[in-house]
Design a protein around this ligand. Sequence first.
Ligand SMILES: C[S@@+](CC[C@H](N)C(=O)[O-])C[C@H]1O[C@@H](n2cnc3c(N)ncnc32)[C@H](O)[C@@H]1O
Length: 318
Amino acid sequence: MHPPCRIDEPNGLQWVATQDGSWTCRVGADGELFHNPAGAWSEAWQHYAVPATEGTDGDHGPQPRVLWDVCFGLGYGSWALLQRLQASRPKPLAVQVVAMETDLRLVVCWIPLVERLVASGHLEPGTRLVAQGESSPGAPLRFALEGARGRWANLVVKPQDFRREVQASMDPVDWILHDPFSPQRVPQLWTAEIFGHYHRRLIERNGRLLTYSTASAVLGGLREAGFHLYRTPALGLKRGGTLATTHSFQTPMPAGWSTLPESDEAALASRSGVPYRDPSLMGDAHAVLAQRNAAQRTSVLPKRTSPKTHRGSTEPHP
Ligand SMILES: C[S@@+](CC[C@H](N)C(=O)[O-])C[C@H]1O[C@@H](n2cnc3c(N)ncnc32)[C@H](O)[C@@H]1O
């Protein structure tokens, strides 16, 4: 099967087929894949759409809802979650998706990708993404996701570093999909301060943050921000994803979900759980890593080294 659309390869963007037949991207031959090699759609469904909604039956409709898709990329997380909401009863009245993405070379992919997801049966027949109005440089891009029976969602894509948006916004949010590249590569996008902003923005009842990472520094930052943490099922070589909630999970856990395993709790009680920090929300990778290394060296917590996985590979997380 060919990719959803042509992209201008000299600009470095490349399509890559994943094992479930859906397409992901990378930037440059040695760039990190946008998704788990086991499946871009499977990851969006399993790590984002299902844990965003499972166990909330009846709680997400019919009032309007707000979704932040942080590091929107190809938008798989939003497409999967919107499909799941569309199939739920009652459906939300309307969903406002606020997507944050710095790489606008991806814009050409969104409409053809939605068409492909309809053709492959992942999105309901008749679903289409429609651009709204003219775009101007630096301004938000607006789209509507429409189905055969009306509009599913309004989408506004903010073409800027999401750290600016999370500081500026005061709106209550129902779901946050947090999907930057790996914490090893961009620790400045996984800090306790970012998670603190998320915690303040998420609605008190049923506010949920989803991410693929299970790295100890990430879990440490989320817990410090006040989240309750759960592990979602493994996909491919990954250990699973993380569901972070503003309230502890009341109903029995869905199959395959758990509270954090003992090994993670042990890591969190050691220097491995020291979070990445960046009170400025403007720092670079070097500064954030140096700060964490220094904090680990002077920590009163015991040392511990354990293997962790991300995006389908296994890497140590000191
Ligand atoms: C792993 S990919 C996201 C995949 C996406 N969630 C999807 O389902 O297609 C990471 C994305 O984050 C974007 N990005 C990197 N730094 C960013 C930042 N500071 N603010 C917003 N987006 C950023 C990259 O351009 C890339 O598209």
